[in-house]
Design a protein around this ligand. Structure first.
Ligand code: HEC
Length: 186
């Protein structure tokens, strides 16, 4: 099943994948990495939903209580990101990440999980969750709805190790284990 086409859904879907659209006045682009998408590119994306893989199901079960987890101090309140088409993001992490913050551990150890909510309004429930989970020394990436469907872009489920739509931006934070929100080394 596919989302209905429409600018609102497109906007949330873009934000759902952490997507940053190029602003009309490009001075607002906070993250000018290779992954920045032009509006034209964004309009060509077909969004949809799919059943999660077995690995994604395992991860979704693991994050089911994420809303009770700590939030990054840098993003504990819904933050409207102009570069994210004015979507609101809040970022949670599990206790493995809590320990890594305290001990300045880089790269993050296996078991680290980060969950980012993507919301239409500051006080709205999340439309999607973008998730990073460290397993076997690598990040597993997942973009899912709160009821457990995987977001697809041009029929490609946004899940798995090295998911290209995710890494094309997050590669820019490779010196911080691909995480933007908090700098672990300090
Ligand atoms: C166009 C660039 C871009 C894409 C594509 C992207 N991200 Fe992000 N992501 C960011 C930026 C920048 C942040 C920092 C916080 C913010 O602005 O939302 C971020 C934050 C995150 C966070 C919080 C941890 C952190 O790194 O700060 C998670 C989890 C996340 N993204 C997951 C994903 C997943 C999963 C995908 C693919 C489905 C994805 N992202 C695709 C740019 C991107």
């Amino acid at each position: 099943m596919h989302f209905k086409r429409g600018s609102i859904l497109l906007a949330f879907s873009l934000a759902a994948c952490g997507g940053k659209a190029k602003e009309p006045d490009s001075r607002a682009v906070e993250h000018a990495g290779s992954g920045a998408m032009s509006g034209d590119m964004a309009m060509q994306m077909k969004m949809g939903m799919a059943a999660p893989s077995a690995d994604s199901q395992t991860l979704l079960a693991k994050v089911s209580s994420y809303a009770t987890w700590p939030k990054f101090a840098e993003n504990s309140e819904p933050k409207a990101s102009r570069a994210h088409m004015n979507m609101y993001v809040v970022t949670f992490h599990n206790d493995v990440v809590t320990a890594a913050i305290a001990a300045h551990t880089l790269p993050l150890p296996d078991g680290a999980v980060i969950v980012k909510q993507n919301k239409m309004k500051a006080d709205a429930p999340p439309q999607t969750l973008t998730i990073m989970s460290k397993q076997g020394g690598k990040w597993f990436w997942l973009d899912a709805t709160p009821d457990g469907k995987v977001v697809t872009i041009n029929d490609m489920p946004q899940e798995g190790f090295g998911a290209p739509m995710c890494t094309k931006c997050h590669d820019d934070a490779s010196n911080n284990d691909y995480v933007f929100t908090h700098s672990f080394a300090k």
